[in-house]
Design a protein around this ligand. Structure first.
Ligand SMILES: NC(=O)c1ccc[n+]([C@@H]2O[C@H](COP(=O)([O-])OP(=O)(O)OC[C@H]3O[C@@H](n4cnc5c(N)ncnc54)[C@H](OP(=O)(O)O)[C@@H]3O)[C@@H](O)[C@H]2O)c1
Length: 334
């Protein structure tokens, strides 16, 4: 089976998607749309894509004119839901970048249009393909730490356009209309998705504090959110665009704790000392990073689900719950 793929947004993360699709033998890139035609053309030359669309309406024309099976959406956040809705009308399988929408209205529209459709929807939560998370989940599910009481997730980098070089001059991440949120919508959605995978569904967001301390924008560039899971565990997500790149997850249970630094240098601390004898804890202590690109695994999984006609996570519901988490936290800002 060769699935025909059209991609929208030839920028930074669009390129990562393209690299993922070209490696997969069950699909072929047949069209690319990007606002700046030159950017679409360059990507088309590099990845051997026959059909090129440029302009602000390029995504609409591509969906209308091409016979596609799959659409990959890698545009600024405000365009995600608009594109998803058109793609559902054409019965296309969808891989949408996070956040999949920026309002409840958009989420509801997507949800009602998706009902009774047989298409596969993936949210681009590629962190789920980092092999460390299933190892942590095994420890939690096997009650090695006892009942989980508290989890903390810290995630930061220097911020858009400092952490990477943009293709376009436009700084849409700092434009509230186009981004729909700040660092919480950008990085926080990944954190809550991983925590839902590890611990279970969240119940309620209890509080937020935030500031805009280093970037000239109206949304937050530092943010802490306190919340509670349905199983009563407490959660804290702390995200920043004003800090060195770092990622740490801490899980505290009634019998012990685990703190894992997923940043530059992988390191683990735990307690009490005796839990290091546990085989599942040993796997985390001895874990070696493979250097694999998580997005390639996500794309392989997405294609496989289409081939086998099965919907797995990270799906629409996962994308929706993550956006709802952020919107609930934002509602507490006032
Ligand atoms: N999963 C992750 O970890 C992850 C990481 C990074 C980004 N992302 C997400 O990926 C998305 C894109 O981010 P990015 O960093 O790749 O941004 P980016 O480099 O600015 O790329 C965005 C692309 O969208 C194109 N675009 C803008 N308006 C368009 C329109 N009306 N029609 C067609 N194309 C249009 C731009 O086109 P031109 O350049 O041609 O003008 C640009 O190439 C965002 O939603 C972001 O949150 C996810």
């Amino acid at each position: 089976m060769t699935l025909k793929v059209g991609l929208i947004g030839a920028g930074g993360f669009g390129t990562i998607h393209l690299l993922g699709y070209v490696r997969n033998p069950n699909c072929k890139l047949v069209a690319i749309a990007s606002r700046t035609e030159e950017h679409a053309r360059k990507a088309a030359e590099r990845f051997d894509i026959p059909n090129i669309y440029g302009g602000v309406d390029s995504w609409e024309r591509m969906i209308k004119n091409e016979e596609l099976d799959i659409i990959s959406i890698c545009t600024p956040n405000y365009l995600h839901a608009l594109t998803v809705l058109k793609a559902i009308d054409k019965n296309l399988h969808i891989l949408c970048e996070k956040p999949i929408a920026i309002s409840h209205k958009e989420l509801n529209e997507i949800e009602s249009k998706l009902k009774n459709k047989k298409l596969i929807f993936f949210t681009s939560f590629q962190k789920r393909y980092n092999p460390i998370f299933p190892l942590i989940k095994n420890v939690i599910d096997e009650m090695v730490l006892g009942k989980i009481i508290l989890v903390r997730y810290y995630f930061s980098h220097y911020g858009p356009y400092k952490s990477w070089k943009p293709l376009s001059k436009e700084k849409w991440f700092f434009d509230s209309e186009k981004a729909g949120g700040g660092v919480l919508l950008d990085l926080g959605v990944h954190c809550i998705d991983i925590l839902r995978y590890l611990i279970g569904e969240y119940d309620k967001v209890n509080g937020i504090n935030y500031n805009t301390s280093c970037i000239n924008m109206s949304y937050e560039d530092n943010c802490n959110v306190l919340f509670r899971f349905k199983n009563d565990a407490l959660g804290l997500i702390s995200v920043s665009w004003c800090n060195e790149p770092s990622e740490t997850i801490e899980v505290f249970g009634s019998k012990g704790y685990l703190k894992i630094d997923l940043g530059k240098k992988y390191s683990v601390s735990y307690g009490p000392r005796t839990i290091k004898r546990n085989e599942l804890i040993k796997k985390i202590i001895n874990y070696k990073r493979s250097g694999d690109i998580a997005q390639y695994h996500l794309i392989d999984h997405f294609i496989n689900c289409i081939v086998e006609n099965k919907q797995e996570s990270p799906n629409f519901e996962d994308g929706k719950r993550a956006v709802e988490f952020v919107l609930e936290a934002y509602s507490l800002k006032e």
